[in-house]
Design a binder for this molecule. Structure first.
Ligand code: DIG
Ligand code: MN
Ligand code: MN
Length: 389
C-alpha cells in the first residue's frame, strides 16, 4: 500500500546544501562525517523526495574558485537538476564564514568590507538566478556586535538599508525575477545580531525603497531560542503578505541555535505552525534549515532528512483532523462570540460611531463571566496529537 506520508514534489520540501552536508563540526569538536560533494548531495535530495535544493554561493562554488571551475560546477549542477527534476528553490550568500566578515558584512565599520559584501552578493545573485532561483535569502549572521560602543546601531540600520536598496535596484536593473527574504536571528555567532526577530525585519522592510520586493524568511529555531512564539511571528508575516520563504526545524527554548530535525521538539507548537501554514495558502517552499545530530553517520543524515518531511506530512494530517473534529469546532464556535451591532460600530471610525460606542451599555461583570472551556479544548488537541481522536 502506498505510504500516505511519502514526500512528493507537490509538497515543495527543500533542503539547503549546507544542511545535509553538515559534517558534524561544532565549536567543541571536529567533523564526525566525511565531506559530501554538492552534486551528489543534490541528486540524493531528489532521490528521497525533495522538490528543491538551495545553497549559499560557497556551498556550491568554493570561495575564490576560478571562473572556469565555477562554470564546470554550474554545468554539473544543471545536469543533476535535468536528470532528477529537482529545482533550485532559493539562493543566498555566505557573508559569515570568511574572516573578512568577522565584524559584519553590510554593517561592517569598514567601507571596503561593505563594498566587498555587495560585490560578493551580486555575483551570488547572478549564480542563483542562473540556476533558476526565484527567492534570495539574506541572513546577517555577522551583522551585530559584542561591544556596543564599537558599532553605532543607528548607523548600522542605515548601512543595512543602503545595501538592500542597492541590491534590489541591481535585481531590477538586471530584470531578474527575484524577491528577497530577510531572516532574523537574535544572537550567535555575534553576541547580539541586529534586526533580531521577524518583527524587526517587518518594520525594517517598510523603510526600504523597493519594499514590494522584500519579505521575510522566519526560522523556527531563531524565534524559539529567544523564547518567542514562532507561529505568532509567521502569522504576522502572512497577514502582512510578507511570508516569502520559511526555515523549518526543531529547537528547545532558551538554547543555542540547535537546528534540529523538524518536529523533534515541541510537537504541539510545531503542529500549530503546520496548521497555520497549510490554512494560509502559503505556496512557497517548505525549507528545512536543519542538520542531523553530530552523533549521526553519513547514512543517518538521510534519516534526518526523511524525518523532517515525514513529520511535516503527519502533522498536516493531524491539522486536518483538528479541523474536522466536531467537538473542537463546537468549542471554537462557542468562544468566538460575534455582535453585529457592536462590530459595525467599531469596524470603521465615525464621530457618530464613536458617540454610540461611548454610550453603549456594556456590562463588564457579565462579559467577565462568559465561559471559556480552554482546558477541554487543549485536552482535545492533545488527544489528536496522542492519536486517540
Ligand atoms: C541560518 O539559519 C541561515 C543560513 O543558513 C542561511 O543564510 C539561511 C538560509 O535559509 N539560514
Ligand atoms: Mn538556525
Ligand atoms: Mn535559517
Amino acid at each position: 500500500m502506498a505510504d500516505a506520508y511519502a514526500p512528493k514534489p507537490q509538497h515543495k520540501f527543500t533542503f539547503g546544501l549546507w544542511t545535509t552536508a553538515n559534517p558534524g563540526r561544532d565549536p567543541f569538536g571536529e567533523a564526525t562525517r566525511p565531506a559530501l560533494d554538492p552534486i551528489a548531495n543534490i541528486r540524493k535530495m531528489a532521490e528521497i523526495g525533495a522538490w528543491g535544493f538551495n545553497f549559499h554561493d560557497n556551498d556550491l562554488i568554493p570561495f575564490g574558485e576560478s571562473a572556469s571551475e565555477r562554470d564546470k560546477i554550474v554545468k554539473n549542477a544543471k545536469k543533476a537538476m535535468k536528470d532528477t527534476g529537482i529545482v533550485c528553490s532559493m539562493a543566498t550568500t555566505n557573508l559569515f564564514s570568511h574572516p573578512v566578515f568577522k565584524d559584519g558584512a553590510f554593517t561592517s565599520n569598514d567601507a571596503a568590507v561593505r563594498a566587498f559584501a555587495l560585490q560578493k552578493t551580486m555575483h551570488a545573485i547572478d549564480l542563483g538566478v542562473e540556476l533558476g532561483a526565484k527567492i534570495y535569502v539574506f541572513w546577517g549572521g555577522r551583522e551585530g556586535a559584542e561591544v556596543d560602543l564599537a558599532k553605532d546601531p543607528i548607523e548600522c540600520m542605515k548601512r543595512m538599508r543602503e545595501a538592500m536598496n542597492f541590491l534590489t535596484q541591481y535585481v531590477k536593473d538586471q530584470k531578474y525575477d527575484l524577491t528577497f527574504a530577510l531572516e532574523a536571528k537574535p544572537n550567535e555567532p555575534r553576541g547580539d545580531i541586529f534586526l533580531a526577530t521577524t518583527g524587526n525585519m517587518l518594520a525594517f522592510i517598510e523603510t526600504l525603497e523597493h519594499r514590494e520586493m522584500v519579505g521575510v524568511n522566519p526560522e523556527y529555531a531563531h524565534e524559539t531560542m529567544a523564547g518567542l512564539n514562532f507561529t505568532h511571528h509567521v502569522a504576522q508575516a502572512i497577514e502582512a503578505g510578507k511570508l516569502f520563504h520559511i526555515d523549518l526545524n526543531g529547537q528547545k527554548m532558551g538554547r543555542f541555535d540547535q537546528d534540529l530535525r523538524f518536529g523533534s521538539e515541541d510537537l504541539k507548537g510545531t503542529l500549530m505552525l503546520v496548521r497555520l501554514i497549510e490554512r494560509s495558502g502559503y505556496a512557497g517552499p517548505r525549507h528545512f534549515d536543519a542538520h542531523a545530530y553530530r552523533t549521526e553517520d553519513a547514512e543517518g543524515v538521510w534519516d534526518f532528512a526523511r524525518g523532517c518531511m515525514r513529520t511535516y506530512l503527519v502533522l498536516k494530517e493531524k491539522a486536518r483532523r483538528i479541523d474536522e473534529d466536531k467537538e473542537i469546532a463546537a468549542i471554537l464556535k462557542e468562544i468566538n462570540r460575534g455582535d453585529a451591532k457592536l462590530e459595525k460600530l467599531s469596524r470603521s471610525y465615525s464621530s457618530e460611531n464613536a458617540k454610540k460606542l461611548k454610550d453603549a451599555k456594556l456590562d463588564a461583570d457579565a462579559l467577565a463571566g462568559r465561559k471559556l472551556p480552554y482546558e477541554r479544548l487543549d485536552q482535545l488537541l492533545n488527544e489528536v496529537i496522542l492519536g486517540v481522536r
